[in-house]
Design a protein around this ligand. Structure first.
Ligand code: MSP
Length: 537
């Protein structure tokens, strides 16, 4: 069995997860579930970034002890991912002993390799980014976010004052690894996806790579440097190593990570500094990084002040977790910035999930149950399949690879084609075209009319049986993404081979293909609604 390791960014534990966090978690989860469906042994990590200055500040503002504050926030993170059914296999907190020990070990090794040096420096620092700033990185405050007009602020955090630091710090010799990074990029042309992000990073690396600080003087919370106990490890150096901390104790073989997911604001840390840090201690770089864009809410930057922060649990509870996943993956092109439009979301839920897919399942299963269909048979399926397939091929654009699974192409190979391109949007669009084609088949065949006449009744029953077969197979290929509908369809159709597919566990290639190919089988129909109308409507 092949291994596959997916990492999510570890989220700052200074607030509860918002839709931006849920976006990367859901993208990661769909990849994890698809890989399991294709017989991969998947490791999938998420966690919280806790040794950060802004957390200490936030806890202080609330009059709470830092650890007590963290424990509360972390409990929210864990509960959110559980409720959204994110199938992470580890949850790492950077305040855990295993992480502190690991980071200490790596620091000591890099120190012994002569990769750190001490220097006195004067910096401007944005606590929002937890990063050092040059004058050219800053803009003038517009006075709207609590910082006096004209004062220098960071573009991404216009509400956080810039602090002036004059410290003795330890620095990492990034310049020493410049050639290594360039070579790695050259030899791994798909290391960063999408391509336009890779080009941005390459252009940046072609400029001057400045050594960066790996420690803070005077910080009180975090991991002390093993070779200078007065200094605390700089939060990014510590945080990036979380991906390796979780690969200890028997999971060493999962490294290098196959797919790292992160937002566009933290790409430099991951794509430049991190591979260099790893090379300095003899660890291979990760294989691929997928950079997600930023979401706005109804056209505006999300902010607590504006009160427009989209809460993922609220959306999932009022609609459905599948609706959230569908919207984020179908509507938004991964890598590009996008907007979470409530109106568009509601329209899509109504038209595609309650309508297109939900309605197909509802009307076919209800009518089939009423007419006591108890089996899917090749007699019904075999003559209709070519009609369905050729209709699709004629009516949809030629880039739909998915339709080929109905003509004997391996389900696993076909799905892997989309996964390797990291293009879940394409997969989802092709899948939905097949749903629409099934609806069209039904509308053209009009089995409800045929059932009324004894002469045509059998043909009507066979039409329904055929669509039941299509539903079974469309449910399988979308199981990792529309997880709630898959579970319901498993219970509506009651087919053992379908029941055996569980995307929380690894599925064998044989059982995946067998469930798909299965034609002659009994079914025990128990019709049910797969998507309910939203509670808020
Ligand atoms: N703690 C660091 C990551 C360390 S990884 C070694 C961090 N945390 S964060 O909580 O600020 O952000 C976590 C992820 O959420 C990042 O990938 C970031 O890009 C993403 N998002 C934060 N706001 C977002 C949107 N509005 N839209 C989409 N994703 C966004 O950075």
């Amino acid at each position: 069995m092949k291994k596959f390791y997916i990492t999510l960014p570890i989220y700052y534990a200074n607030g509860v997860p918002h839709i931006g966090h849920a976006y990367s978690s859901l993208v990661g989860d769909v990849h994890a579930r698809y890989r399991r469906l294709l017989w991969y042994n998947v490791k999938f990590s998420v966690g919280t970034d806790e040794n950060s200055q802004k957390i200490v500040q936030k806890a202080e503002e609330k009059g709470q002890d830092t650890m007590e504050f963290l424990d509360e926030i972390v409990a929210h993170h864990i509960a959110t991912w559980e409720e959204l059914k994110i199938t992470n296999t580890d949850f790492i907190r950077t305040t855990e002993k295993r992480h502190k020990d690991y980071v200490t070990k790596i620091l000591q090794k890099a120190y012994e390799n002569n990769d750190f040096y001490e220097s006195n420096y004067e910096w401007m620092y944005c606590v929002g980014c937890e990063w050092f700033k040059k004058d050219s990185d800053l803009i003038e405050s517009d006075g709207k976010h609590g910082i006096p007009k004209g004062e220098k602020v960071c573009q991404d955090h216009p509400n956080k004052p810039i602090s002036q630091l004059s410290e003795k710090n330890w620095f990492f010799k990034l310049s020493k690894y410049e050639n290594f990074i360039k070579e790695y990029y050259k030899n791994n042309p798909t290391f960063i996806q999408p391509d336009f992000r890779f080009n941005e990073i390459k252009a940046f690396v072609d400029g001057w790579l400045e050594d960066f600080s790996i420690s803070r003087e005077g910080a009180t919370f975090g991991i002390p440097l093993p070779f200078d106990k007065e200094q605390i490890t700089y939060v990014w150096y510590d945080a990036l190593l979380n991906y390796n901390t979780v690969c200890q104790n028997g999971d060493e073989d999962f490294w290098p990570a196959d797919l790292q997911i992160m937002g566009k604001d933290i790409i430099r840390f991951h794509s430049i500094y991190y591979p260099a840090m790893l090379q300095s201690v003899g660890i291979e770089p990760p294989k691929q990084q997928l950079i997600t864009g930023f979401l706005t809410a109804d056209g505006h930057k999300m902010s607590k002040t504006l009160g427009n922060v989209v809460k993922p649990l609220e959306v999932a509870r009022s609609y459905d977790r599948d609706a959230l996943t569908m919207y984020l993956l179908y509507d938004l092109k991964v890598g590009s910035d996008g907007d979470f439009s409530r109106k568009r979301f509601e329209e899509m839920y109504a038209s595609m999930l309650i309508g297109g897919w939900g309605n197909l399942v509802a009307r076919v299963t209800k009518l089939s149950a009423k007419n006591e269909i108890t089996a899917i048979t090749s007699d019904a399926v075999t003559p209709r399949l070519p009609v369905y397939v050729s209709d699709i091929k004629e009516s949809i654009d030629h880039t739909n690879e998915l339709v080929n699974i109905f003509e004997g192409k391996s389900v696993a190979d076909t799905i892997e084609y989309y996964l390797n391109k990291l293009d879940l949007q394409h997969l989802l669009r092709d899948w939905y075209a097949l749903v629409q084609a099934a609806n069209k088949f039904l509308n053209d065949a009009e089995p409800w009319k045929k059932l009324k006449d004894e002469q045509t009744k059998q043909e009507g029953l066979d039409d329904l049986t055929f669509v039941l077969y299509v539903i079974k197979n469309l449910a399988i290929v979308i199981a990792p993404l529309l997880i709630n509908s898959f579970e319901k369809i498993q219970n509506i159709l009651w087919i053992d081979e379908l029941k055996s597919i569980n995307t929380e566990k690894t599925v064998s290639l044989e059982s995946l293909q067998a469930a798909f190919d299965l034609v002659d089988t009994t079914i025990n129909l128990e019709p049910a609604i797969i998507y309910k109308k939203p509670e808020t409507a």
